[in-house]
Ligand binder design. Structure first.
Ligand code: T5A
Ligand code: NA
Length: 212
């Protein structure tokens, strides 16, 4: 007798401005899911470990200059180079928790205000990537994140630019979006995050099929 196919894993995406606590919350959420027996892994975008990621890292740390369209394409390519593995993991039942994804790609470039890199154009480049089941948007004012440790070391960590990024994120809100106030304590935020993530993970593991 054939065994039933394994349900797919969920694609959970954390988004927000620089230093708002995404990595902290992603790690805690993945640990919590694993402790519940969920097969879950965390990835970060940009993935700085690939050759495209190294070029992105040089740009972000101000060691290189690149045309706005070129760095945009590198961020897109950095997701595309992980597409097949993402699809394979999701189809195999692994839940993927991503520290940034397409929404960052669109919001940060759109915040630059370059006419030929509009929100709609940027969104159009993301459609071949797997769609998120849930976007956890960690919202915090640019001024508050600027007070966090290590702020200001990378290219986009400037209060005025971050404020434009927040505005762009606001325009990307869709039905998969959950906004979390990122200004509380790490544990309090974690409980709010778990309350939105766990139902989506459960529902997905209960039998949804893989979208585009
Ligand atoms: N980008 C990214 C694009 O332009 N296009 C794209 O397509 C993509 C994918 C790098 C940059 O690239 C841009 C966006 C970014 O500018 P990144 O490596 O994710 O992206 O950089 P950051 O978002 O800046 O990542 P950080 O690691 O700096 O910030 P996190 O992950 O938001 O925050 P975290 O958890 O590391 O915490 C930052 C600090 O705050 C403390 C932590 O201990 C740490 O010191 N902290 C708290 N302090 C008080 N209260 C809390 N609740 C706290 N939570 C964490
Ligand atoms: Na991070």
């Amino acid at each position: 007798m054939a065994t039933a196919p394994r349900p797919r894993g969920a694609l959970i995406v954390f988004e927000g401005g620089d230093r708002c606590g995404k990595t902290t919350q992603c790690s805690k959420m993945v640990e919590r899911l694993k402790s519940q027996g969920v097969d879950a892994v965390m990835w970060r975008f940009p993935d700085r470990s690939t050759s495209i990621g190294a070029a992105i890292n040089a740009y972000l740390s101000n060691q290189s200059q690149l045309d706005d369209a070129v760095i945009h394409m590198l961020f897109v390519a950095n997701r595309l180079e992980k597409r097949d593995e993402m699809l394979r993991l999701l189809a195999g039942g692994t839940t993927l928790v991503l520290d940034r994804y397409s929404y960052s790609g669109v919001a940060y470039t759109a915040a630059k205000g370059v006419p030929h890199l509009s929100i709609d154009y940027c969104k159009s480049l993301e459609v071949v990537l797997p769609a998120a089941d849930l976007v956890v948007h960690m919202s915090m004012s640019a001024e508050a994140t600027a007070a966090r440790g290590g702020y200001g070391e990378e290219r986009y960590e400037k209060v005025e630019f971050q404020a434009r990024v927040m505005e762009a994120f606001g325009q990307l809100r869709d039905e998969r979006w959950a906004a979390i106030d990122a200004a509380g304590t790490i544990d309090a935020i974690h409980e709010q995050v778990a309350a939105v993530v766990e139902p989506v993970v459960r529902r997905t593991l209960q039998g949804a099929v893989l979208g585009r």
